[in-house]
Design a protein around this ligand. Structure first.
Ligand code: CS2
Length: 495
C-alpha cells in the first residue's frame, strides 16, 4: 500500500466519522471481533450522535490482545465498510474509549466492569462463550474453564467466571445496577445468560454465592435481543478499499453488508442509549424475532455452508446460486422451519425469505462457507434441536435437517476414505478433537451417527430418541460418501 496517514482522531475524515469525540464511559463490551464493531458499536454511535449520553464503550477480548493493540495504535478508531453494489458508505464509529485483551489485562478490565459509570455490560462472545449445556440449557459444569473458575476465581478463564467476579465485586462495593446484554445467536440469549450465571453462583461458596445471587436477582437485568448483520472476516482488499475511499491506513477495517437489524427487549435496569433513533426496534416479540432469525437465516446458513463446502463452493453466493442447493434451502425453510414457530406479527414470511436470498446474493461481500461452517458443534444445536423435536412429535420426517447434519459430519468427522475437500478442512471447531475421535478407527457413517446422538455431548440426548432422524442422517451420510453431495441433496429433496 502506498504511504498514507495512519488512522487517528486527527487524520479521520470528519465526513466518515460518526462521533468526533468519544463519550464518557457507560458500557463495557466483551468480545471485540468484527461483528461487535460493525453492529453494536455503529448503532450505539448513531444513537449518541442523535441524542447524546455517556455511553462510550470500553472493549475487552478474553483470549487475545491483538485487536485491542491495533485499536490503541489508532486512537481506538476503525472503519466499517459497506460492501454492497449500491452503497459507498464507510463509517468510523468513534465510540470506543479504550480496549484491552488477554489475561494480562484482567485487572484493568475488572476496574472498568466495577466502575460506577458502567451501566451496561454487553457481550459478543460467540455461542460457545456462554458455557451452557445444550443438554440442559443451563451451566455446562464439565467445561474445563468452568471447572477452573469454580475452584479459583482469582483469574477467570471463562467470560462467565469474569462476569461472576465483576458482579461479586460490584455487590461487595455496593455499586449501582447494571444490564448484561447478550448480542449472540442463542435462543433467549438474555435469559440463558442469567440462568448460567445463577447456576454458577449456586456452586460458589459463601459469601460469594449469596452476593452474586442477590446482585443478579435485584440489581441486574438481562434483556433478550436479536442481532443481525452479516460480517465476514477482514481481508487485505478491505484495507485497500478504505485507503482508496478515505485516504487513510486502517489496519483493522470491518467489511459488512449494508443490512443491519437489532431487536431488543426494553429491560435496561440502569438506562440505555437512545437506540430507537439508530434503527433499533424495541419489541415485546423479541423471542419471535430470535426464533425466526435462528431458524430461517442461521439454520439455512448452515445448510449453505456444509452442502456448499462439499460441493466446492467457497462463498455463500456461489452456494446459493447452485440450483439444487437453492432448492434445498427453499424447501428446508418452507417445510421444516416455517411450520415450527410463529413469525413476528410485523414480518411477512415470504418477504423475509426473499430478502434473505437477496442478502446471500451479495457477490462482492463473498461471505465464506468456511466461516459459517466453523463451530458447528455449538451453532447447530440451537438451530435444529427444537424443530427436530417438534417434527418428531408430529411424526414428520425432516430430510433436509438430516442433510445438514450429514453434510456437517461429512465435513468435520469424515469416515475413512472420504475426503471432504479444502473448504471443509478449513472449518474450525472447538470440538474437532471429539469429532475426529468419532470418525477414527474406520467408523462407518452409521456408527458415527449412533455415537454422536447416543453420547449426547453435542446434541441433547432427547434427539437420540428420534429414530427416524438418525436413520435419515445415516442414509444421507452414506449417500454423500458413495454418490456425492449433489445426489444426496436431490435424494433429500425428493423425500
Ligand atoms: C452465521 C452468522 O456464523 C454463522 O453461522 O450464520 O454469523 C450470521 O452471519 C449472522 O448471525 C448474521 O446476523
Amino acid at each position: 500500500m502506498i504511504d498514507m496517514l495512519r488512522l487517528t482522531r486527527d487524520s479521520a475524515p470528519s465526513s466518515a466519522t460518526i462521533l468526533s469525540k468519544a463519550p464518557e464511559l457507560g458500557i463495557v463490551h466483551i468480545g471485540l471481533g468484527n461483528f461487535h464493531r460493525a453492529h453494536f458499536a455503529v448503532h450505539t454511535a448513531q444513537a449518541i450522535a442523535h441524542s447524546g449520553g455517556d455511553w462510550g464503550i470500553y472493549g475487552y477480548s478474553l483470549r487475545s490482545s491483538t485487536i485491542a493493540e491495533k485499536l490503541a495504535a489508532q486512537d481506538f478508531l476503525y472503519s466499517v465498510v459497506d460492501i454492497h453494489p449500491d452503497s459507498e458508505q464507510t463509517l468510523i464509529p468513534g465510540i470506543h474509549v479504550g480496549a484491552s485483551g488477554g489475561p494480562e489485562a484482567l485487572a484493568e478490565v475488572l476496574n472498568f466492569l466495577v466502575d460506577e459509570r458502567t451501566r451496561i455490560i454487553s457481550l459478543t462472545i460467540t455461542e460457545s462463550g456462554y458455557c451452557y449445556s445444550t443438554e440442559t440449557g443451563g451451566l455446562d459444569e464439565c467445561r474445563i474453564e468452568i471447572i477452573h473458575d469454580l475452584e479459583d476465581l482469582t483469574a477467570p478463564h471463562s467470560v462467565i467466571g469474569l462476569l461472576a467476579k465483576a458482579l461479586i465485586m460490584r455487590a461487595a462495593q455496593e455499586r449501582g445496577p447494571v444490564t448484561i446484554l447478550s448480542c449472540d445467536n442463542l435462543t433467549s440469549n438474555g435469559a440463558t445468560t442469567k440462568r448460567v450465571l445463577l447456576e454458577f453462583a449456586a456452586k460458589l461458596s459463601a459469601p460469594d454465592s449469596q452476593l452474586l445471587t442477590q446482585y443478579i436477582n435485584n440489581k441486574a437485568s438481562f434483556p433478550n435481543s436479536m442481532v443481525d448483520r452479516i460480517v465476514p472476516s477482514t481481508e487485505e482488499r478491505h484495507r485497500e478499499l478504505v485507503a482508496a475511499r478515505l485516504n487513510i491506513a486502517d489496519q483493522i477495517p470491518v467489511p459488512a453488508e449494508k443490512f443491519s437489524m437489532w431487536v431488543l427487549e426494553d429491560n435496561f435496569i440502569a438506562g440505555r442509549p437512545a437506540w430507537e433513533h439508530a434503527g433499533v426496534l424495541f419489541s415485546t416479540e423479541v423471542d419471535r424475532f430470535e426464533t425466526m432469525k435462528l431458524r430461517l437465516l442461521n439454520g439455512s446458513h448452515s445448510l449453505l455452508a456444509y452442502v456448499g463446502a462439499l460441493a466446492g463452493k467457497e462463498t455463500v453466493p456461489q452456494a446459493r446460486f447452485t440450483p439444487y442447493i437453492e432448492s434445498a434451502v427453499r424447501a428446508f425453510m418452507k417445510k421444516e422451519m416455517l411450520p415450527t414457530f410463529a413469525m413476528p406479527s410485523q414480518v411477512d414470511a415470504d418477504q423475509y425469505i426473499e430478502d434473505l436470498f437477496s442478502r446471500w446474493s451479495n457477490t462482492v461481500l463473498s461471505d465464506t462457507t468456511a466461516r459459517i461452517g466453523s463451530d458447528g458443534s455449538i451453532k447447530l444445536p440451537p438451530r435444529i434441536t427444537q424443530t427436530s423435536l417438534w417434527h418428531g412429535q408430529a411424526g414428520n420426517a425432516t430430510p433436509l435437517t438430516a442433510l445438514i447434519l450429514a453434510a456437517w459430519l461429512a465435513c468435520v468427522a469424515p469416515p475413512r476414505g472420504f475426503e471432504p475437500g479444502p473448504i471443509a478442512r478449513a472449518m474450525k471447531d472447538t470440538a474437532l478433537g471429539y469429532l475426529g475421535e468419532l470418525s477414527s478407527a474406520g467408523q462407518t457413517p452409521e456408527q458415527i451417527v449412533e455415537s454422536l446422538f447416543s453420547e449426547g455431548r453435542i446434541f441433547t440426548k432427547e434427539l437420540n430418541a428420534l429414530a427416524r432422524l438418525k436413520k435419515d442422517v445415516t442414509h444421507c451420510f452414506e449417500k454423500i460418501q458413495s454418490e456425492g453431495i449433489e445426489s444426496a441433496t436431490l435424494d433429500a429433496l425428493n423425500q
